[in-house]
Design a protein around this ligand. Structure first.
Ligand code: BGC
Length: 733
């Protein structure tokens, strides 16, 4: 506001000076006063647009990074920058990645567990806390735009290198977790972003893969995840993706940007390109892209020229600028200026640990866990378990508080992304649990030496890991060492240790679904994902029972490569020529829906996860008001802790639509419930037919609208997508 007042008086001085100069020019009337802070973002944006020159408008629709932006010439680090316009009091935009913490070399920040680990906690409140850490730390580090909301459904390609940044395979589930992250970020007056719009589910040929999918399948899968993530959070920026969809690049795809996003969903914010994903000036501008990043190859002089020649209307340019400014007002970037200050590292670390503890998934336990604190000897083996825990690579990479434990360089491919181990030592955390025991470490590079340590220990804990990154897919779903030459054969390591010691626990550090070929040879498996900078402590707390695991898989772990919709990852013919990948194979049946509709047994199903206690789900009742036209329904059930430890269970509600619609079943609601020993809680899960997830609907391509089909709906309840009882059925006439 102050800035505007100064401006108004400056203009008056200028006008008076002109008058005092004695010219006969008519005196310009003073501009109207700026709208008050209470005016709507639209009104405030319009006021500024009305005062901007053509050059100023062009200035706002592209990044200000130098062409050699990789040299990190950005004033606050991060990934991008749009300089402000001082004359009009428009602040600069400082953009940085932030899927798993503040990324892209802004400075040291809390390295949270992967986004998929956050999803695996199945807890929207905790997901909000996760986003809040990112938003708060971004503010502290001087960043006002977050690029982190990756909601791509990479279960279409579970070898996808960015799976760790995503939120799972189910659009309703992933959309809601993403919305919780993004809302929390924007509540800190940092603009959040959702990406990569859309169908950027694979890294192999990500710049040129042409995804083929029909309208209904698109709307009920990846697009639904975006729709929920966007509408439930009020996120103000959308990043269009590198890949093509049905023949057009994401950043010049009128179906995605104009039809679906801006028209059907009524999105009022702006679309920014992924980094160097802009392919044209006129087509991109007309088809809905609003801001180019990180630089100015298409939306600078070329766009100005296109506007002057009428190829792009000035109205469209005004729309781009309006959207950007409106988003800045809506989030509070004008009204809540940032003061750079130290981050609250302690608060961040507490959330990092809580998420790692809640999001780890116990996949197998033959009774060995939790470990006794009277153990006298433990062997800790592999994956730098003596110094730290692994993180995912690429633009989401965070420099953890206190610096990295180990940087193993930049493997090729992708040749630019770092292998970072965060400084949280599982070995030390395990030692702290059993201070008088002998706890020894073996690096696991030589299976025979690891086995000989295991043979002389009561228990062996083997850490196996898979480095994954933006810019590459993993070669297979086996744990495959892509870091070392020669590679460490981790499957052989587990088998050798299992042969030497009957008490073996395997802890997994990885981004997404994996095969566990040695599963029957080991006693317990804990999926710790990339557990973040308090991962070591969280793992030890779970292994020794100070925390009872309650995470559930947000993605199916398939049993065989031949079970995937596309067993072989399509390879691009060269760096630029578009090549097709047909998503109509699975269509909207992504993840568990694919395995269920084909009756293929997975290794572990979506929603699966064990606990150290047992639960019973009883008194399941469905209440559906069949007379009403809105088709809302609710489930009530009792969950009782029938075991000997306090713990938490996730009650999951699935809906089977009338047969003929082609879908097996869909998750429509869930609730995580913490229970003391013997405690029972009654739980209600309400399903609102008209909420953003369209839980009962299919997309009717003919009318271009969501429809509820006539027929029988079956409601199922349980604690995984395959462990369900029927709660009841209802009819829609
Ligand atoms: C990634 C985006 C990221 C951007 C800026 C791109 O390579 O695909 O996810 O936000 O770089 O770092």
């Amino acid at each position: 506001m102050t800035r505007f007042r100064v401006l108004v008086s400056l203009s008056l001085v200028l006008a008076l000076t002109a008058c005092g100069g004695g010219t006969s020019d008519p005196v310009e009337p003073p501009p109207p006063p700026p709208p008050p802070i209470t005016a709507s973002p639209d009104v405030r944006a319009d006021y500024l647009v009305g005062r901007m020159t053509l050059d100023e408008k062009i200035h706002l629709v592209h990044g200000g990074a130098a062409r050699d932006w990789w040299a990190h010439t950005l004033p606050r680090g991060g990934g991008g920058w749009v300089p402000g316009i001082t004359r009009l009091g428009i602040p600069p935009l400082y953009l940085a990645d932030g899927s798993v913490g503040v990324g892209n070399s802004v400075g040291e920040a809390t390295a949270l567990p992967s986004s998929l680990a956050s999803a695996a906690a199945w807890d929207l409140d905790l997901a909000y806390e996760y986003g809040k850490v990112i938003g708060t730390e971004m503010r502290a580090l001087g960043i006002n735009v977050n690029l982190g909301g990756n909601v791509n459904l990479t279960a279409r390609e579970p070898r996808g290198g960015r799976t760790f940044e995503t939120k799972g395979e189910d659009p309703i589930f992933a959309g809601r977790i993403t919305a919780a992250h993004l809302k929390a970020i924007q509540d800190q007056h940092v603009m959040a972003g959702i990406k990569h719009y859309a169908f950027n589910d694979v890294e192999t040929g990500r710049m040129s893969v042409n995804v083929l999918i029909d309208d209904r399948a698109a709307r009920e899968s990846d697009l639904l995840a975006f729709e929920i993530g966007l509408k439930d959070s009020g996120v103000q920026s959308v990043m269009c993706s590198y890949n093509l969809l049905n023949g057009d690049y994401g950043c010049e795809n009128s179906y995605l940007l104009n039809t679906v996003l801006k028209n059907d969903w009524g999105f009022k914010g702006f679309v920014m390109s992924d980094w160097d994903a802009t392919r044209s000036t006129v087509k991109a501008a007309i088809n809905g892209m609003d801001q180019e990043h990180p630089e100015n190859l298409y939306f600078d002089t070329q766009l100005k020229q296109a506007v002057l020649s009428g190829q792009v209307s000035e109205a469209r340019l005004n729309d781009m600028v309006h959207r950007i400014l409106r988003a800045m007002f809506a989030v509070g970037i004008f009204d809540y200026p940032i003061t750079v200050q130290p981050i609250d590292a302690q608060a961040g670390a507490a959330v990092a640990q809580e998420v790692a503890e809640q999001g780890s998934v116990l996949l197998k336990n033959s009774g060995i866990l939790p470990l006794s604190k009277s153990l006298t000897s433990v062997a800790v083996i592999g994956s730098h378990g003596d110094i730290g825990v692994l993180s995912g690579g690429g633009s989401a990479q965070v420099t953890p508080v206190g610096g990295v434990a180990l940087n193993e360089g930049t493997p090729c491919p992708p040749c630019w992304s770092r292998v970072i181990w965060h400084p949280s030592s599982p070995l030390n955390a395990i030692k702290a649990k059993i201070p008088s025991a002998t706890v020894q470490y073996n690096e696991g590079t030589d299976a025979a030496s690891a086995a000989s340590l295991a043979a002389t220990s009561e228990v062996a804990i083997v850490f196996v890991s898979q480095w994954e990154s933006e810019g590459m897919d993993v070669p297979s779903l086996n744990f495959t060492d892509v870091i070392h030459t020669p590679p460490i054969d981790q499957d052989a390591l587990v088998n050798a240790v299992a042969a030497a010691n009957p008490n073996i626990i395997v802890v997994l550090e990885n981004g997404g679904p994996k095969f566990l070929p040695w599963l029957s040879n080991v006693n317990a498996v804990l999926e710790a994902w990339y557990p973040g900078q308090k991962g070591g402590e969280a793992i030890a707390n779970i292994l020794f029972g100070d925390v009872n695991p309650s995470g559930k898989l947000p993605m199916t772990f398939p049993a065989k490569t031949s079970h995937l919709p596309r067993p072989v990852i399509a390879q691009p013919p060269d760096a630029t020529t578009p090549f097709d990948v047909d998503y109509n194979v699975e269509g909207f049946n992504v993840g568990y829906k694919w395995y269920d509709s084909r009756d293929i047994a997975p290794l572990f199903e979506f929603g699966f996860g064990l606990s150290y206690t047992t639960f019973a789900i009883n008194n399941v009742q469905l209440t559906a008001d069949t007379t009403s036209s809105n088709h809302d329904f609710q489930i009530t059930l009792d969950v009782r802790n029938t075991g000997t430890r306090a713990g938490a269970e996730v009650a999951q509600v699935y809906l089977e639509l009338p047969s003929g619609l082609g879908e097996s079943r869909r998750l429509v609601g869930w609730k995580k419930i913490s229970l003391a020993v013997g405690e029972k809680q009654s739980v209600t899960i309400a399903v609102n037919a008209n909420d953003t997830s369209h839980p009962l609907s299919f997309w009717d391509t003919g009318t271009q609208s969501w429809k509820i089909a006539a027929g029988t709906y079956i409601v199922k309840v349980g604690n995984s997508s395959r462990n369900l009882v029927t709660a009841g059925t209802f009819e829609v006439q």
